[in-house]
Design a protein around this ligand. Structure first.
Ligand code: NAP
Length: 311
């Protein structure tokens, strides 16, 4: 077992991400003591049953008492309210972080509540699945994935250092960048792909209703992979699009222009243009596989929970 990075950590929110951090921290020895809470009695009771925490508290205020690291693992629009509630109860010197998929809005909502003597470093583990809740979590979720830390005014170099060490102990690689840069990068790599998946699955569902056709029966031809992404948690993704509105709209503009170019190429029968793009995109996938961020298996390894990925 390694030397713990933090003595006591408190997890606020015990769904896929919170429960995976709990499991990863325990397995790696990154924390001496792991406590936490969730909104509903049902989730809290389930986490007690699973035995993945040392103690489950009824409220966030109780959970953060004496904690050296507090990790807020709730939908992004809720993060500010949690920060406000726990702020007066934080231990002096505590580090607060989060795992939200959008960073500018979280920094804006959380920082004003962080008391002097405590530090806040926003974070985003770019790892996940389309499943939610404490049963969906697993210790290896962060292995060989990236965690992005986005320091801001209330961050200290020591807090960034300790948090980096913590995420590395959970098997993650760590990158530091500005919150606005994070939001732009994630808009195109994660948020727009989810929007496309939600849209295409919605279109197909309407088509089925309108025409009573059998599109879903023949879905293995590509549509199926969109349905996996479009099964992602509705609350989480509603919050992401609202919180990252500007970056998403900016990237959606570019995407629409490129789509129009493709539309024109198809209409004009310009096969060379299509071929050139499809060749370039094939190379991009090769690069992703070479970077260890995907598997080459025909089903993308989706049969195994460790291989499915989302963020
Ligand atoms: P999840 O499985 O749905 O879990 C959310 C947890 O937050 C649940 O335990 C829920 O409690 C709790 N919660 C919600 N509102 C709360 C409140 N007001 N007070 C206390 N607890 C509250 O979601 P998740 O996938 O872990 O996502 C959590 C965060 O991680 C989100 O901000 C998301 O953007 C980010 N993230 C997600 C992924 C992914 O792929 N899923 C990847 C990277 C980052 P109940 O169970 O009692 O309702």
């Amino acid at each position: 077992m390694r030397t713990p990075v933090f003595n006591r950590i408190a997890l606020i929110g015990l769904g896929l991400i919170g429960s995976s951090i709990a499991r990863g921290a325990r397995e790696s020895g990154a924390a001496n003591e792991i406590v936490g809470t969730a909104r509903s009695e049902k989730t809290r009771a389930r986490v007690v049953e699973l035995g993945i925490l040392d103690q489950v508290m009824e409220t966030a205020v109780e959970a953060v008492e004496g904690a050296d690291l507090v990790v807020i693992c709730v939908p992004v629009q809720t993060t500010g309210a949690i920060a406000e509630a726990i702020a007066p109860h934080l231990k002096k010197g505590a580090v607060v972080t989060d795992v939200g998929s959008v960073k500018q809005a979280v920094v804006r909502d959380v920082e004003p509540h962080i008391p002097d003597g405590c530090a806040f470093v926003a974070g985003h583990p770019v790892a996940g699945t389309e499943f939610s809740g404490p049963d969906a979590g697993f210790a290896e979720l962060f292995h060989n994935r990236w965690t992005i830390l986005t320091p801001s005014d209330k961050s200290t170099p020591e807090a960034v250092g300790h948090l980096t060490e913590f995420w590395k102990a959970l098997g993650s690689n760590v990158e530091v960048m500005a919150p606005d840069h994070h939001d732009l990068v994630l808009a195109i790599t994660s948020h727009i792909p989810h929007l496309i998946a939600y849209n295409i699955v919605g279109t197909v569902a309407d088509l089925e209703t309108d025409t009573r056709s059998e599109v879903i029966r023949y879905s293995a031809s590509g549509f199926r992979d969109f349905t996996r992404i479009a099964a992602s948690d509705p609350t989480m993704w509603r919050d992401i699009f609202l919180a990252n509105r500007n970056a998403v709209l900016e990237m959606l503009g570019r995407f629409s222009e490129d789509l129009s170019t493709l539309q024109r190429a198809i209409r004009r029968g310009e096969g060379d243009k299509l071929f050139e793009l499809f060749t370039r995109t094939r190379n991009i996938r090769r690069n992703i596989i070479e970077a260890g961020q995907e598997t080459e298996e025909p089903d993308f390894g989706r049969g195994h929970p460790l291989a499915s990925e989302n963020d």
